[in-house]
Design a protein around this ligand. Structure first.
Ligand code: GDP
Length: 395
């Protein structure tokens, strides 16, 4: 019996020991949770330290790419379509002859026929005068030209039609004041880009001419920023963006109806920051009245000049509007200090004489002429080349 009790006690001790051994890995020490957390804490810490080291190149490269989402507020890089190389500007004026003669050049068809007559009597001289006036040369300039031509013909006595044509050409060139400075002040000065302000009545070809001027400048090796300060016409900014994209220039534009002066200011700022040669600013040409125009354009000019003086103010004039256009032009010259005229749509008129009238009435040189809707249909003006195109041998 005693041995049964002893056996039972031994069995009890063995069972209790076994149970304790199962519950705790270390016999005699109760299982505790604290050892687990250190394992859990360390586990995430290790990969976290290792990841940046192991993946550093990827992370570092990816991060800087994220910020471009935050774009500068006013500068818009135009859609990068295929960038074109504008054609050189020299020699562009030559195509005027073809464009003018296509629209029945009054000079070629009318004047030369008159000068070929056997006898240059008073009636013929009157007709010559009428033809020049009809070609938009203007009354004053015509009177001068005919008086001088008549005097030379009289002194010569027996001039041939070819000689008379030569004399006419000389007088027309003289009337165009070939000594006038027609260069564009488009190069940077004092480390600041040149600023060109483009003004004119809506529809005169302002925006188109801004784009063409950008091409002329790029063709001549300049870098350009365009400012879309005609914020009243939504299409104007779109148009300008397209032009800019074609020559790889930046365009600065604001939302529709934005303050034109602030867009112009930002454009010049962008030009300075980017270190370009020239900033060309398109403006609105709402000719409601002189005071309104003065408020609008005057403000644009004043605000732009916070950066420094405007280098050129170019007035865009539609050659087909003739004498009416001249009256509108005069208002602009009273509002801003116009330094040059761009005569557009010369291809659409048979009256090339408007160039003489414009210079004479405004006393401002014609610097560029528009010869069509093509991107490179803008030519630097040259008096002799122009007259040769007007009264050339095959005109
Ligand atoms: P804006 O309102 O003054 O900005 O005028 P746009 O630049 O929009 O031009 C008005 C129209 O004149 C457009 O259809 C142009 O293509 C056209 N245009 C501009 N310059 C010339 C040119 O030299 N010749 C011809 N034929 N059309 C021109």
């Amino acid at each position: 019996m005693q041995s049964y009790i002893v056996f039972g006690l031994v069995l009890l001790v063995v069972v209790v020991g076994a149970v304790l051994a199962l519950v705790s890995p270390r016999f005699g020490k109760p299982p505790t949770l604290p050892p687990a957390p250190p394992t859990e804490r360390e586990a995430p810490e290790q990969p976290a330290e290792q990841a940046p080291t192991a993946e550093a190149p990827t992370t570092v490269l990816e991060r800087p790419e994220a910020p471009p989402v935050v774009e500068p507020p006013v500068v818009e890089a135009p859609p990068r379509v295929e960038i074109e190389a504008p054609e050189p500007t020299a020699g562009r004026l030559v195509r005027l002859r073809a464009r003018l003669s296509r629209s029945q050049n009054v000079f070629g068809k009318g004047l030369l026929a008159l000068l070929s007559r056997d006898k240059l009597d008073d009636d013929t001289w009157d007709e010559i005068e009428e033809t020049l006036i009809g070609a938009d040369v203007g009354v004053q300039a015509t009177t001068d030209i005919v008086a001088k031509l008549r005097e030379r013909a009289r002194i010569h006595g027996t001039a041939t039609a070819t000689e008379l044509r030569g004399m006419l050409s000389d007088e027309l060139v003289a009337a165009l004041e070939p000594a006038m400075d027609r260069s564009l002040a488009a190069s940077p000065r004092n480390g600041r880009p040149a600023v060109l302000l483009i003004v004119g009545v809506n529809g005169s070809g302002k925006t188109t001419t801004c784009g063409k001027i950008a091409r002329v400048l790029v063709a001549d090796g300049h870098t350009v920023v365009l400012g879309a300060a005609d914020t009243f016409r939504a299409a104007a900014a779109e148009q300008l963006t397209t032009w800019a994209g074609r020559v790889g220039a930046d365009v600065v534009r604001g939302p529709e109806g934005a303050d034109p002066a602030s867009v112009a200011f930002d454009a010049v700022k962008r030009g300075i920051d980017a270190g370009v040669d020239t900033v060309v600013i398109d403006t609105a040409g709402r000719l409601q009245n002189k005071v309104g125009l003065m408020d609008e354009l005057g403000k644009v000019k004043r605000v732009v000049e916070k950066h420094g003086p405007v280098d050129e103010t170019l007035l865009i004039l539609d050659a087909t509007t003739g004498q009416n256009g001249l009256e509108q032009a005069r208002v602009f010259t009273e509002v801003v200090d116009v330094t040059g005229v761009v005569l557009t749509k010369l291809d659409g008129t048979a009256k090339g004489g408007i160039v003489i009238a414009v210079q004479r009435k405004l006393g401002i040189p014609v610097k560029l002429v528009g010869l069509g809707e093509g991107p490179d249909d803008l030519a630097p003006f040259d008096a002799r080349q122009f007259v040769d195109a007007l009264v050339g041998a095959d005109a």
